[in-house]
Design a protein around this ligand. Structure first.
Ligand SMILES: Nc1ncnc2c1ncn2[C@@H]1O[C@H](COP(=O)(O)OP(=O)(O)OP(=O)(O)O)[C@@H](O)[C@H]1O
Ligand SMILES: [Mg+2]
Length: 491
């Protein structure tokens, strides 16, 4: 394994990396940093949670002249939360060098952003829609841009964003370096990307599988109306530190949150209809572990790095197999272990196969836990807790009270009641979700599959800054167009 010292990185950046606790490089960092430092255009692909942010952040910051107060680099990301997170990481890497980064994203007061821009950051992390707004208002000037990064590049070059990205790139100065990063890079998107890059070097970390191997992957074969109970039972048995649950639509997310709260879990939701200030609060509370469960649309599928996420649930299958890779990649980051559970209804089995084909990995079927399994598990846990307390003599001060109780009640009844109290029986409050249709894939000519993905307009509407949902191309057949429309509205 290489250290950062071997990569010709300047001292103050090395210092910052050491302060961040990074000792050795990850493979994508070892491979991409030297190539990017040579000034070459680059497409970097490596698994989720393997340090791609630093892989583009270091060369980008190294190129900056801290005396020059113009914007010299821009990272474009598909969601507001990701723009914020990448901005924070760049601020850490650039701290010692005096390089400032400002995040610019939809849903935040534009005058506040203009004020932040007046403090002359050299780097900007942005969602596309809001970035375009600033470019047009001339509050962001691009003439001194040296580096453009598309984080989650395949997503940025997909239908929902491509027109915004093209518009932004058209404004860039002739000579600039372009870096593209993602954990997934479908061939057609790579070919598209190469058109606006200058002989890009492809840096791909070799791995047998597309997903990280320390994420255990399972699926539950469930009927639509069983999903919620299976979810609760699984949460009870697994007791995740933090879990992210992905639902297909905003309504779905709201309903799952409501159901979880009814049953006493600590859960909050995030999707495109939630006001930005609230979105940021929800993420913060989840990061601080004040909320245990985040229920989300695909707005949280890409890039988010939240430590402590031990479990990801695909309550509904994702629209496309790439999204599966990103969603489950919210756990198992930086070498940690994680578990991913995917709910598959009988008519969706084909989708599971498509996912397995893409990831080159089998997803193991898991029989789902019943209420009885959960109760047994909880009772075992309670008994274990009692035994530990006995062995540690922690009950010594309560012996008199115990004797008095036993003189009045049957001993077995007393212990049984203690176990019941400790086991905290899970709530069985009935919860009925509006059922969703099984995922369908439209077959298109040529035998390929066309999934009904569309813009991410719902995540961040145009005014709100971000997805180019409303500019979606409308040359599809009625059916496809409508479905994409629905997706935009639903996320
Ligand atoms: N060299 C390193 N040593 C230790 N930890 C690192 C190193 N580089 C990055 N990390 C940590 O690994 C985690 C994942 O990094 P990052 O978010 O950049 O992953 P990614 O490859 O961009 O993932 P995704 O595809 O999901 O966006 C972060 O918490 C980051 O701080
Ligand atoms: Mg990333």
């Amino acid at each position: 394994m290489k250290t950062f010292n071997e990569l010709n990185i300047e001292a103050n950046v090395l210092d910052a990396l050491a302060k961040m606790g990074f000792e050795t490089t990850t493979p994508i960092q070892a491979q991409a940093i030297p190539t990017a430092l040579e000034g070459k255009d680059l497409i970097g692909q490596a698994q989720t949670g393997t340090g791609k942010t630093t892989a583009f952040g270091v060369p980008m910051i190294q190129k900056i002249d801290p005396e020059n107060k113009d914007v010299q680099g821009i990272v474009i990301a598909p969601t507001r939360e990701l723009a914020i997170q990448v901005g924070e990481e760049l601020n850490r890497i650039g701290h010692n060098k005096g390089v400032k980064t400002v995040p610019i994203y939809g849903g935040q007061d534009i005058t506040r952003q203009i004020k932040a821009l007046k403090r002359r950051p050299q780097l900007i992390t942005a969602t596309p829609g809001r970035l375009l707004d600033h470019i047009r208002r001339r509050t962001i000037k691009l003439q001194n841009i040296e580096t453009v990064v598309l984080d989650e590049a395949d997503e940025m070059l997909n239908m929902g964003f491509i027109e915004d990205i093209e518009a932004i790139l058209a404004e860039m100065p002739q000579k600039h370096q372009t870096l593209l990063f993602s954990a997934t890079m479908p061939k057609r998107i790579q070919l598209l990307a190469e058109k606006f890059m200058n002989q890009p070097e492809i840096v791909r970390v070799k791995s047998k599988q597309l997903t990280v191997d320390h994420i255990d992957q399972y699926y539950y074969d469930v009927k639509e109306n069983q999903k919620f109970d299976v979810l609760c039972r699984s949460l009870d048995i697994e007791s995740p530190d933090l879990a992210i649950i992905f639902g297909r639509t905003k309504k779905r997310v709201d309903e799952v949150v409501e159901g979880l709260l009814k049953r006493g879990y600590s859960a909050e939701g995030i999707h495109g209809d939630i006001p930005q200030v609230k979105r940021e609060k929800v993420i913060k509370r989840f990061k601080d572990q004040a909320t245990d469960i985040l229920v989300a649309t695909d707005v949280a599928a890409r890039g988010l790095d939240i430590s402590g996420v031990t479990h990801v649930y695909n309550f509904d299958l994702p629209q496309d197999p790439e999204s599966y890779v990103h969603r489950i990649g919210r756990t198992g980051r930086a070498g940690k272990k994680g578990s991913a559970y995917t709910f598959v209804t009988p008519r969706e089995m084909d989708h599971l196969k498509t996912i397995e084909k893409l990831t080159k990995r089998q997803i193991e079927k898991q029989s789902f836990p019943t209420y009885k399994d959960v109760m047994e598990g909880l009772q075992e846990g309670a008994i274990e807790e009692l035994k530990q307390t006995v062995w540690a003599h922690e009950g010594d001060n309560y012996r008199e009270a115990a004797k008095r109780l036993l003189s009045e009640e049957d001993a077995v009844d007393v212990v049984a009641s203690a176990i019941k109290l400790l086991a905290k029986e899970p709530s069985q409050t009935p919860v009925n979700l509006t059922s969703v249709e099984p995922l369908r894939v439209k077959r298109v000519k040529g035998g390929g599959q066309q999934n009904n993905r569309g813009g991410r307009g719902g995540n961040q509407n145009r005014r709100g800054g971000g997805g180019g949902g409303r500019r979606r191309r409308n040359n599809q057949k009625q059916d496809g167009g409508n479905r994409r429309n629905n997706r935009n509205k639903n996320q």
